[in-house]
Design a protein around this ligand. Structure first.
Ligand SMILES: [Zn+2]
Ligand SMILES: [Zn+2]
Length: 550
């Protein structure tokens, strides 16, 4: 039995475990690789997946870093079944369609750019057509109902309490007579007492555990505190007659915010004359799917539905579907709450709302999710005085709230608590879905507290798993291939500058306006370089200081 780590290995995106059990190849998750250009190249390297020879794929949940490569697999020859829970099946449809739309738009944009330079167009990673074919392969499986896709292998989905429909997957393999091996894949693990979803289920026995480690180095605040912070932002802007902008991911986070607002409304603490706009078509679709599948929620949420109330539908909620509806919000006078995507303010409609409000005193911007480095959201959270949005440099005069109690991932102590349910000795733990630094911290804690052997696999590493509970790395890609060729990059840059110099007399004969345009672009390239340089120099000198200390 073998496992190959095709993603989320010493990183968080592109989750995919490629298994080979009794000669049958199948995968747990097939997520999109997201991040820098090197990481995103992996989405195109389909040969590694060999999709034609995958018998079936199990999906833990509908986040795009766990399912976003499915249509690419189908495009390149995968024809097997895709297993997911009923809510995940519905969510996959809207998430994959949205993803294909983004892929098509990006390809179109790149093609336009390339054709201006006389080059051939770009084709998208996959299209709506590929998504349609993918949807035809999906088969719903209920939680806690074991099934056997082939002889000697039994599979069980359990609630992971991360987002609606999310699962822990257990696989029981009868290797030979009396040799039974159990694998547990945590998927993304939720945290106890999270809004809407149930608490994560746990397992008691595993020979091999594949454990996520996103927050392996820290804990979160709780959601009661988060609700109070949300109310503080609303009261602040309400009293000043301004708007509250909440950039939120369309799936799960938006619904948690809606639910929190509903609870505040039920407690009579929310201003009743303040409209709440949900301004994201994807979030609106996702919310409808949430309401449809309410029976999968925790007891408290189910009670609202049973009593005929929809806690995701506060009375003054207005759904904004079309771009025209979205734009009309900006001409509205007085206070309002606007929930819009994307969650990191780097794309989508929320950018327009920020442009109209971030410079206004009395407005608030409420961040409810993780802000990745380099995104406008991160810059605002880090205290930028001004921010460039849609080409305009704007002063940040709005009050900025960062609420971090809404996380859908288990924090460090939750992961350890969840692990404490395993009763058997000799379990091997593979840490995945986390940054390497974080994983090393968690690995030490697990070894110390439980004595389990812990391994942090690298991207493309392949391990043999044996029935007597040993594992062995059988292939590892030389990390050489991941080195950046700096000589090449810098030579390229130098050549470009000297080419520019060689053409100086020709440039000097261009029209005045063309020269100004060119000058500005060259200067802008220079600005980018100085920014990079200053951060490199800063990092270098702080590292040196560190060395002196030790
Ligand atoms: Zn997730
Ligand atoms: Zn994930």
């Amino acid at each position: 039995m073998k496992v190959r780590f095709l993603g989320a290995a010493r990183g968080v995106t592109g989750s995919c475990y490629m298994m080979k059990v009794k000669g049958v190849r199948f995968a747990v998750d097939c997520g999109l690789h997201q991040g820098n250009s090197e990481i995103e190249k992996r989405n195109w390297e389909t040969d590694i997946y060999d999709p034609e020879k995958i018998e079936f794929i199990m999906i833990t949940h509908a986040h795009i870093d766990h399912c976003g490569l499915l249509p690419k697999m189908v495009k390149n020859g995968f024809r097997g079944k895709i297993y997911a829970t009923p809510p995940t099946v519905d969510l996959l449809e809207i998430m994959l369609k949205d993803s294909a739309y983004i892929q098509e738009m990006e390809a179109e944009w790149k093609s336009k750019k390339r054709s201006r330079h006389g080059r051939a167009g770009d084709s998208p990673l996959y299209t709506q057509d590929d998504v349609e074919k993918t949807l035809g392969l999906i088969k719903a499986v209920e939680y806690n109902e074991e099934f056997s896709p082939f002889d000697g292998v039994n599979i069980l989905y359990k609630d992971a309490g991360h987002i609606l429909g999310s699962s822990i997957i257990e696989i029981r393999v009868d290797e030979e007579k009396d040799k039974r091996v159990k694998l547990v894949f945590s998927g993304d693990l939720g945290r106890p007492n999270q809004l809407l979803v149930r608490n994560p289920s746990y397992s008691e026995v595993a020979d091999f555990l594949f454990l996520e480690s996103t927050y392996g180095n820290r804990d979160h605040k709780n959601e009661d505190q988060s609700r109070e912070e949300l109310l503080e932002a609303i009261n602040y802007s309400y009293n000043k007659g301004q708007k509250v902008i909440i950039p939120a991911f369309a799936l799960e986070r938006t619904q948690e915010v809606l639910y929190s607002l509903y609870l505040l409304y039920k407690e009579g603490r929310l201003p009743t004359d303040m409209p709440i706009f949900l301004d994201s078509p994807l979030a609106i679709r996702a919310t409808q799917i949430f309401s449809k599948h309410y029976r999968y929620f925790d007891a408290k949420t189910r009670e609202f539905f049973k009593a005929g109330e929809d806690p995701l539908r506060i009375p003054n909620l207005k759904l904004s579907e079309t771009p025209a509806q979205s734009m009309s919000i900006n001409s509205l006078e007085g206070p309002a709450v606007i929930i819009s995507a994307s969650g990191m303010a780097n794309a989508g409609r929320v950018k327009h709302h920020l442009r109209h409000n971030i410079w206004k005193k009395g407005a608030s911007i409420v961040f409810v999710g993780f802000q990745a480095k380099g995104t406008p959201g991160r810059k605002i959270v880090d205290g930028a005085d001004t921010i460039k949005i849609l080409g305009e440099e704007l002063a940040v005069n709005a009050r900025v709230f960062t609420i971090n109690g809404f996380s859908a991932h288990a924090g460090q102590s939750h992961i350890l608590e969840w692990l404490s349910n395993f009763q058997n000795h000799g379990m091997k733990v593979f840490l995945t879905h986390g940054e390497y630094g974080t994983q090393k911290i968690l690995a030490e804690l697990i070894k110390e507290r439980f004595g389990h052997e812990v391994h942090i696999p690298d991207y493309l590493e392949e391990c043999e798993l044996k029935a007597d509970r040993i594992y062995e790395t059988i292939s590892k890609v030389q990390s050489e291939s991941f080195k950046v060729n700096w000589d090449y990059v810098l030579n390229q840059l130098e050549n470009q500058v000297s080419e520019l110099r060689d053409n100086q007399s020709h440039i000097g004969s261009m029209s005045w306006s063309d020269q100004v345009e060119l000058r500005d672009e060259v200067l802008e390239a220079g600005t980018v370089l100085s920014r990079l340089l200053s951060s490199v120099v800063k990092k270098g000198s702080s590292q040196e200081k560190g060395n002196y200390k030790s």
